[in-house]
Write a protein that binds this ligand. Structure first.
Ligand code: FES
Length: 162
C-alpha cells in the first residue's frame, strides 16, 4: 500500500486517534494483511506508538501481520477434537502442506505455505464437538476427519501431491 492510499483511508476518519481499529480494518481488507511498513507509516502519521499498533493488531485475530493464503484451513484443538486425534490431523496437514511444525505468527498458530495457497491455523472448538475431530476450510466444516481423508479434502481446494 502506498502513502497516498493510506492518506485516503485516514482522511475518512474525523478523529484518527479514536478510529485506529477502523483504519487497521481497512488496511487488512485492502491488503489481506497489515504490512509492517504501512504500520510504521501509520504510527508516524497518527503520532501513535508503533508498540500500541502492534498490541492492537496482535490482540484481534482478524488482523494478520503476514499475507494470508488463498484458503484458510483451521484445525479444532478443543477438548473433544483433541481426544479424537486432532494433534494427528494437525501433524498430517503440516506434512501435506509442507509447513514446518512450530512456526508461529505473533504467538498465534498461523502459517502460510510458500506459494500462498494455504494458511493453516488452529482454533478452540467450533461448537461441532459431536462430529469431532473437525477442521474448517474457508468456512466449510469437515467432521469425523481422519489423516487418510485429508488429501481428498484438500484436493477440492486445489492441493496436489507434491
Ligand atoms: S472441540 Fe472441536 S468442535 Fe468442539
Amino acid at each position: 500500500m502506498d502513502e497516498k492510499t493510506l492518506d485516503e483511508i485516514i482522511s475518512r476518519y474525523d478523529s484518527p486517534s479514536g478510529r485506529l481499529l477502523g483504519i487497521l480494518e481497512e488496511i487488512q481488507t485492502s491488503e489481506g494483511y497489515i504490512p509492517r511498513d504501512v504500520l510504521e507509516m501509520l504510527s508516524v502519521k497518527l503520532d501513535v506508538r508503533l508498540s500500541q499498533l502492534y498490541s492492537l493488531v496482535t490482540f484481534y485475530s482478524f488482523f494478520s501481520l503476514k499475507p494470508i493464503g488463498e484458503h484458510v484451513v483451521t484445525v479444532c484443538m478443543g477438548t473433544a477434537c483433541h481426544v479424537r486425534g486432532a494433534a494427528e490431523i494437525l501433524t498430517t496437514l503440516e506434512k501435506l502442506l509442507g509447513i514446518e511444525r512450530g512456526t508461529t505468527q505473533d504467538g498465534k498458530y498461523s502459517v502460510t505455505t510458500k506459494d500462498n495457497k494455504f494458511t493453516l491455523e488452529i482454533a478452540r472448538c467450533f461448537g461441532a464437538c459431536s462430529i469431532a475431530p473437525v477442521i474448517d476450510i474457508d468456512g466449510d466444516l469437515y467432521g469425523y476427519t481422519t489423516p487418510e481423508r485429508l488429501p481428498e479434502i484438500l484436493e477440492d481446494y486445489g492441493w496436489r501431491e507434491p
